[in-house]
Ligand binder design. Structure first.
Ligand SMILES: O=c1ccn([C@@H]2O[C@H](COP(=O)(O)O)[C@@H](O)[C@H]2O)c(=O)[nH]1
Length: 237
């Protein structure tokens, strides 16, 4: 079953610790996200190991470079057979279009290509510090518009911006949201947060959840609790 909206963020220093967790997980309950830490430590073979265990992988490397470099990097990600790959929307439309065009040759096998808008760890003061005099929601909308106009599949945003983005770009524009915090979890360094059920209710497609699962005393129980809460809400909602 590939319909679970849960994407577990694997951020571990040790491959053995990550694989220990993965061996308890069921590809029917979640997909996996490999980010900068684990990809830098363990590379493409780590992605392959996860795929061999039947997990679909979101390669979260947030490419941000000149168009030619990003196009080649995205192509390399597609060669790995990942399910989803991302770039930074602030790299601009030329960069995003180059990335999209690099994936055309993969046809139906191409990964979803999405763009990061405003990191979920950022709040108003962080934008002001960068000389951006917009609210996080306004900046997300601006970058999501650039992303949609560049023909990408969707964006990484916080669930707090989901309703306006779905309204603006339609149901098929994919919303991937980190900063998901079940009621039992602490926010850590995330600023624009929402619970899994709240996020799904406002139209989020994929919930990226790391530490509330990976740092839980019983990670499998944490994942199952989140999954069951979502299912219950689906039934009653
Ligand atoms: O805006 C963003 C983009 C990516 N991330 C990544 O998602 C996970 C979140 O992990 P938690 O432990 O649930 O906070 C992490 O890998 C980030 O690199 C994000 O948080 N915000």
């Amino acid at each position: 079953m590939k319909n679970s909206p849960i994407v577990v963020a694997l951020d571990f220093e040790q491959k053995s610790a990550a694989l220990d967790l993965v061996s308890q997980l069921d590809p029917a309950l979640c997909r996996l996200k490999v980010g900068k830490e684990m990809f830098t430590h363990f590379g493409p073979s780590f992605v392959s190991e996860l795929q061999q265990r039947q997990f679909e992988v979101f390669l979260d490397l947030k490419f941000h470079d000149i168009p030619n470099t990003v196009a080649k990097a995205v192509q390399a990600a597609a060669d790995l057979g990942v399910w989803m790959v991302n770039v930074h929307a602030s790299g601009g439309s030329k960069m995003m279009i180059a990335a999209r065009e690099a994936l055309v040759k993969f046809g139906a096998d191409k990964p979803l290509l999405i763009a990061v808008t405003v990191l979920t760890s950022m709040e108003q003061a962080d934008l002001t510090e960068l000389g951006i005099n917009l609210t996080p929601a306004e900046q997300v909308l601006k970058l999501a518009t650039l992303t949609a106009n560049s023909g990408l599949d969707g964006v990484v945003c916080s669930a707090q911006e989901a309703a306006i983005l779905k309204q603006q770009f339609g149901q098929s524009f994919c919303l991937v949201t980190p900063g998901i915090r079940p009621s039992f979890a602490k926010a850590d360094d995330q600023k624009r947060v929402m619970t899994p059920n709240e996020a799904l209710a406002v139209g989020v497609d994929y919930l990226v959840i790391g530490r509330p699962i990976t740092k839980a005393a019983d990670p499998l129980a944490a994942l199952q609790a989140i999954y069951q809460e979502i299912q219950l809400n689906k039934v009653s909602g």
